[in-house]
Design a protein around this ligand. Structure first.
Ligand code: C5P
Length: 398
């Protein structure tokens, strides 16, 4: 059984067992399908007490199997066929009872039979009350499963449905989807240390006002995901945005350009690759007022001074990492971007039209390097991020 290898394709059997966290499986199915995967749901009888198969059927567009003896499968061999037609099985949530069954090779219902009669990797996302988690029997079962090559996703610690707090909470749907996504990506940057800046910076004018650039941070965060999926160790220095960084990323939150610079200065010497996506404010006010400036009928003059150029600083370091810049331009995109690339001495610069890309979930890009340019047609930012990571890996290895 090749249970310790990683899935490389897109057909997932989503097994759902009985637990309050079963509701998260519906969202997980939706996210996996959104990622282009095909999802076949199989539910235990207990799972059906928590969430209806109809929900999963509607989300996956496939008949949901709940019973070994279900007669609507033409071959009537569902217990074997279903696991042969997928690239990986993910059981989420995996209850303490189901984990015990798996560990001991029991096969007394459809899902446990499928897990036993499989030739693909098996992943489980445990979900249970903290005492059940801590019980030596559960820990013993989990150890046995890990020895058998079963991959564990989570659990997390936190507030539980029973009102207690502790270990045993199932990972969130987006965290599980991210783990599945990561496993199916080629490890082009295995163990490389990637430092990314993302989002805008905010430069205070007074206690309540400030200047900033329009930037959602979506591209920088997508790159953090893509780099992580490619096997990199990722540090993200993020300006103020409303996005959640991937769990496995070291995220340093900053506000101003100078704070971003300080964080980058500290992290850059350890980085192999630096991807500067942040829309850093070019200027800040010379003197920030601690108090709110009173409104009057007169003009207000602010004296601005240039902010440090973070990318330029890193690109000029004695042992500079491989540096990638971004340029959002409103006109003469290619010309302006290429002169920026030369000016900052970058091996790679990613250019996009400011009007099209800012805040959007999609973008059209041009990759500019020493060998020329490559156009990437409009696509979701996560797909573009994967293209950029592939391109970086190619140039970096040269
Ligand atoms: O703002 P500009 O168009 O020059 O940005 C080009 C690149 O330089 C981007 O990658 C941006 O993150 C980086 N930059 C920086 N520090 C600045 C200004 C820009 O790192 N102060």
């Amino acid at each position: 059984m090749s249970s310790s290898s990683s899935p490389t394709s897109n057909r997932i059997l989503l097994g759902i067992t009985g637990g309050v966290a079963a509701y998260k499986a519906a969202e997980l199915a939706r996210l996996l399908i959104q990622d282009g995967m095909s999802v076949q749901a199989v539910m235990t009888h207990s799972a059906c007490q928590f969430i209806g198969p109809t929900t999963l059927q509607a989300l996956t567009g496939k008949l949901v199997f709940t019973d070994m003896w279900q007669t609507n499968d033409a071959s009537s061999m569902a217990h074997i066929n279903l696991s042969r037609e997928v690239d990986a099985i993910l059981v989420a949530p995996a209850s303490a009872d189901f984990i015990a069954k798996l560990a001991n090779g029991l096969a007394d219902d459809l899902l446990s039979t499928l897990c036993l009669a499989r030739d693909c990797p098996l992943m489980i996302a445990p979900a249970m009350n903290r005492q059940m988690w801590e019980n030596p029997a559960t820990q013993r079962n989990l150890m046995m499963l890990q020895q058998d090559g079963v991959k564990m996703l989570g659990p997390a610690s936190g507030e539980q449905a029973c009102g207690e707090t502790g270990m045993g909470r199932m990972l969130e749907a987006d965290e599980l989807a991210q783990a599945i996504r990561a496993m199916s990506q080629p490890k082009l940057l295995q163990s490389q240390r990637v430092l990314i800046t993302a989002g805008p910076t905010f430069e205070a004018i007074d206690a309540v006002r400030g200047m900033t650039n329009t930037s959602s941070g979506k591209m920088g965060y997508a790159l953090a995901h893509a780099a992580l999926d490619a096997g990199a160790e990722v540090t993200l220095v993020s300006g103020p945005v409303c996005l959640k960084p991937p769990v496995a990323v070291k995220c340093i939150r900053v506000v101003s350009a100078r704070a971003m610079m300080a964080a980058v200065k500290k992290e850059a010497p350890q980085a192999d690759i630096f991807i500067s996506v942040a829309a850093v404010a070019d200027y800040r006010v010379v003197s920030t007022s601690k108090q709110k400036i009173k409104k009057t009928e007169d003009n207000l003059t602010l004296v601005l001074t240039p902010n440090p150029d973070i990318l330029k600083y890193v690109a000029n370091m004695r042992k500079a990492p491989f540096c990638v810049g971004f340029a959002a331009e409103t006109e003469n995109l290619e010309k302006n971007a290429e002169s920026k690339r030369r000016n900052k001495k970058l091996p790679l610069l990613v250019a996009n039209k400011a009007q099209d890309a800012i805040g959007s979930d999609e973008s059209a890009l041009i990759l500019l390097d020493d060998e020329g340019k490559k156009h990437l047609a409009k696509a979701p930012k996560i797909d573009q991020a994967r293209h950029i990571i592939n391109h970086i890996a190619l140039l970096y290895k040269k």
